[in-house]
Design a protein around this ligand. Structure first.
Ligand SMILES: *Cc1c(COP(=O)(O)O)cnc(C)c1O
Length: 369
């Protein structure tokens, strides 16, 4: 069977050259005489692998020397707890709730301290990024340990196109579904992190980039497991215990691929082109209804639906017949979602767009607006 066009939200498509390289090296990693899956994490070969992954990521993102890069396990979800455990020094943080993952992060943080919801898009079904001016005003009081955002809302298809101005309050961002899709200024953040299985690599590897002065001993949380201490992990270079050796290796391969493709700015151009094709179609459509408000649209996840669930099902079934997989949206929204991460090609997006146009022509009666 041929490879399909994979629009899955995560784990998601990987660049084909990366998969080939991993396959080529599976039995014998060059010079090591064994698979990376069999290799000691303390070996010289593996030390090169993890150091190269970090160095490549630093080059790609221009990470300042004052930031540490950690490769942890437990996905983005474990960092919902890791962040308050490490960063809630006085016990109060501000959260922007713009979807399911930021709501879950806020709920988890409530177990460790006081959480203040500074803005929410819940009232409008998370179809936009809320007004950020009140966030700046609230930050001026200077009593928040950090402000938390989910920069790209994977489920709802919205994205922060500008960051809240938090002044001296560190900004913490979940960038699980947008890391490496467009250039960012790392210095704007106190901490940013990503479960790697969307844009950066494979499941089980989590990248945390944290400003050195924020790494402490989690004083408000004495029962923090030592694994969860950013200080312990930074001191041990992510090797306090056996790390996800294969996951970090795969992330390193993806980072190198991004670099070969011309870096993040080159990928951004391609990503914007892919998004413009789908949003252009949605805006002109009489069958498809886009979910996200235009000013808040994500370049990573395009969310839409038809006028009826029956039409949604027909669209998804027809997509599958055409080798287009993963367009069913998250169960909490219904409808469709096309995740068009870095590894999803322009050709794949064109195949999806062709099917959308064909579907549209086949349903002249389905006028929804
Ligand atoms: C997928 C996702 C998560 C959850 O990631 P896990 O690694 O499964 O814990 C959290 N935040 C965002 C933005 C996501 O896209």
């Amino acid at each position: 069977m041929a490879r399909v066009h994979n629009f899955s939200a995560g784990p998601s498509a990987l660049p084909e050259p990366v998969l080939r390289e991993i396959a080529d090296e599976m039995l014998e990693y060059p010079g090591a005489g064994m698979s990376v899956l069999e290799m000691s994490h303390r070996s010289a070969a593996y030390s090169d692998i993890i150091q190269d992954a970090e160095a490549t990521l630093r080059r790609l993102l221009g990470i300042p020397d004052t930031y540490r890069v950690l490769f942890l396990q437990g996905g983005a979800t474990l960092q919902f707890a890791g962040i308050p455990m490490n960063l809630m020094r006085t016990g109060r943080a501000g959260y922007l709730v713009t979807g399911l993952f930021s709501r879950l992060a806020a709920e988890e943080a409530r177990r460790y301290g006081e959480v203040e919801v500074l803005a929410s898009s819940e009232a409008t079904g998370h179809d936009r990024i809320p007004d950020l001016a009140p966030v700046s005003e609230r930050c001026a009081a200077g009593d928040l340990d950090y402000v938390y955002i989910c920069q790209n809302n994977t489920i709802y298809g919205t994205q922060f196109h500008e960051l809240p101005r938090t002044g001296a309050v560190p900004l913490v961002a979940d960038v699980s579904s947008c890391l490496l899709m467009e250039p960012i200024d790392v210095a704007r953040y106190g901490l940013l992190y990503a479960g790697a299985q969307k844009n950066a690599g494979v499941a089980g590897a989590t990248v945390v980039i944290v400003r050195e002065d924020l790494i402490g001993d989690a004083p408000t949380c004495p029962l923090t497991p030592s694994y969860m201490s950013y200080r312990r992990q930074a001191d041990a270079h992510s090797m306090m215990n056996t790390p996800n050796t294969f996951g970090i290796y795969a992330c390193g391969k993806v980072f190198r691929w991004v670099e070969r493709e011309g870096g993040i700015a080159a990928l951004e151009r391609r990503n914007r082109e892919k998004a413009a094709i789908l949003y252009g179609l949605l805006d002109a459509s009489h069958v498809f209804i886009p979910h996200a408000q235009p000013a808040s649209r994500s370049i990573a996840n395009v969310t839409f639906r038809c006028a009826t669930p029956e039409l949604d099902e027909a669209f998804i079934a027809g997509a599958r017949e055409r080798g287009i997989e993963g367009v069913r949206a998250h169960r909490s929204t219904g409808g469709m979602r096309a995740s068009i991460y870095n590894a999803v090609t322009l050709d794949a997006v064109r195949a999806l767009a062709d099917w959308m146009e064909e579907f549209e022509d086949a349903h002249p009666e389905a006028a929804c607006r």
